[in-house]
Design a protein around this ligand. Structure first.
Ligand code: HEC
Ligand code: HEC
Length: 201
């Protein structure tokens, strides 16, 4: 089957759009290969063109269409594979305003790469490993490389989970003699916390 000839309602990516401003953050790239990074960036562009009129496609903010779930919540609702199939086989959810798409497997794959990228727990894990693991233990049984830095899995012993956002924001903003000041957005912070919550017993 010729996919391209059926690409009538799906906006393919204009080459120039690559130069446009990137929503994606370099803050979490550390362990991601260049090919994956390219696919994620491309997926973000495709999502911006084809999905963002209804769905919030980023880590933070609300969807424009009230009934369209933000992309960062899709992982709680269904598997990435089913999202891929949904796009590829043009299966819009029943009784919805969601348009049917006819896209190539590669495009569907790139959009799924982007959707995976903004799932908060996985995103927070990457952020923590790239930016905090130098000092804090970020797993279930590792030791903090910097002994004075509390292992993230123990943090709820010091802060109630609801207070984590404030404690983190303050700590990240003011730093500490031994802790660097970070530029981190609130959605990134929430992603780190979502990951840390999964570590608490
Ligand atoms: C014109 C608005 C619109 C556009 C454009 C749109 N969607 Fe949706 N989408 C919706 C709405 C509304 C729902 C909720 C449907 C429902 O549950 O009835 C939805 C649901 C979904 C779901 C299922 C969520 C669940 O309940 O499991 C996925 C996955 C999804 N959209 C992905 C996409 C992707 C990927 C794109 C871009 C390629 C896209 N959508 C473009 C409106 C849209
Ligand atoms: C260069 C080392 C270093 C890095 C990198 C680092 N921290 Fe820290 N952090 C520390 C030290 C040391 C402490 C404990 C000092 C203190 O409590 O005053 C600390 C304390 C904290 C606290 C407060 C806990 C408490 O006991 O008050 C939080 C929250 C925190 N770090 C979060 C983070 C996050 C999130 C990151 C990554 C974005 C990060 N840190 C990266 C060294 C670091």
């Amino acid at each position: 089957m010729n996919f391209r000839s059926k690409c009538n309602n799906f906006k393919a990516l204009p080459l120039l759009a690559i130069v446009g401003s990137l929503l994606i953050s370099t803050f979490a790239y550390a362990q991601t290969s260049q090919n994956d990074v390219d696919a994620i960036i491309h997926g973000e562009k495709l999502a911006k063109l084809n999905c963002a009129t209804c769905h919030q496609i980023g880590l933070g903010g609300e969807s424009q269409h009230k009934k369209a779930p933000p992309f960062r919540e899709l992982g709680q609702r269904r598997s990435m594979e089913s999202i891929f199939e949904m796009m590829l086989f043009s299966e819009a959810p029943e009784h919805s305003d969601m348009p049917k798409f006819t896209i190539t497997p590669e495009q569907a794959d790139e959009i799924v790469e982007w959707i995976s990228w903004v799932q908060p727990v996985a995103h927070g894990k990457r952020l923590a490993e790239a930016n905090c693991a130098r000092c804090h233990a970020t797993g279930m049984d590792d030791d903090s490389p910097f002994p004075a830095a509390i292992p993230f899995r123990n943090i709820s012993a010091f802060y109630p989970v609801q207070a984590l956002e404030e404690a983190f924001a303050e700590r990240i903003e003011t730093g500490h003699p031994a802790m660097p000041v970070f530029e981190v957005t609130i959605p990134q912070l929430r992603a780190i916390i979502a990951y840390i919550e999964t570590l608490q017993k």
